[in-house]
Design a protein around this ligand. Structure first.
Ligand SMILES: C[S@@+](CC[C@H](N)C(=O)[O-])C[C@H]1O[C@@H](n2cnc3c(N)ncnc32)[C@H](O)[C@@H]1O
Length: 247
């Protein structure tokens, strides 16, 4: 499964990753507040859905609370460490076109910016995209667009790296067919040899959300046009790195 493009070290990061793997402990007592904030955001989303308000529940969430998931807050070490882990898992290359699907406030998009010529962040929430633009004014190689990941966008160029971080979990329908179709759509946006990294919450496979994560990642692993080149289990997330077969 591990190819030359992604040789692994003893701690499971990439030998030639975009950044060194973090060595500090995975979370502190303060991170409990981070988990509670994320759970509150998810509960609020559910409430917006049930109330049947017009527009995307994510727009309501981002309008109501700045940074509802706490991804920008340095005191929550868990999330910042997770972003550092993700960079360490990506093979060191000069990427031409990077796509960050479900970019939210663009926190990880900005961390990717030094490694790509062009970076595009997309999100279903126009409100998140407006805030991401404001936060990214010092990054001339980043652009943002409001986009639902299920919508076909024929004008979009091909990407040599696609990131989908903590976003697939929010799909309304996670049936095998829906997941397979999405995996195919994502694969079709990659250049031959291009990479897609997906990451989702994973509590060692024991809770309900973890079981969904396994199914989501497996749908991508078994997509005919994608080869799984590495998988990383961390507390508390699962990362799968896949490559589109070279032409
Ligand atoms: C938990 S946030 C993760 C943000 C970012 N990826 C990160 O790791 O910092 C999930 C994001 O997925 C976006 N999202 C949910 N469903 C989406 C869809 N169908 N298409 C595009 N974005 C979506 C939400 O608006 C939200 O910003």
């Amino acid at each position: 499964m591990v190819s030359n493009t992604n040789r692994l070290t003893a701690n499971g990061s990439c030998v030639d990753g975009l950044a060194p793997a973090p060595t500090n402990f995975f979370m502190t007592i303060r991170d409990i507040a981070y988990w509670m904030r994320s759970a509150r955001a998810d509960a609020r989303l559910e409430q917006f859905r049930q109330e049947g308000q017009a527009g995307s529940p994510f727009d309501h969430l981002y309008s109501e609370t700045h940074d509802p998931f706490g991804v920008e807050l340095p005191q929550y070490r868990y999330q910042q460490r997770k972003y550092a882990c993700l960079l360490s898992m990506l093979p060191q290359r000069r990427y031409r076109n990077i796509l960050d699907v479900g970019c939210g406030l663009g926190t990880f998009t900005r961390k990717l910016a030094p490694f790509g010529e062009q970076v595009l962040g997309t999100d279903i929430s126009g409100e998140a995209i407006s805030q991401a633009r404001r936060l990214s004014v010092r990054h001339p190689n980043i652009t943002y667009a409001q986009r639902n990941m299920f919508d076909a966008s024929p004008t979009e160029s091909e990407f040599d790296l696609i990131i989908i971080a903590d976003t697939l979990y929010y799909m309304n329908s996670r049936t095998p067919v829906a997941l397979k179709t999405l995996a195919g759509t994502i694969a079709s946006k990659l250049t031959p040899g291009g990479l897609v990294l997906i990451v989702n919450h994973y509590f060692f496979g024991v809770d309900l959300a973890s079981r969904d994560t396994r199914e989501i990642h497996d749908a991508f692993r078994w997509a005919p046009s994608l080869d799984c080149i590495a998988e990383f289990r961390r507390a508390f997330f699962l990362v799968t790195l896949l490559q589109r077969a070279a032409a």
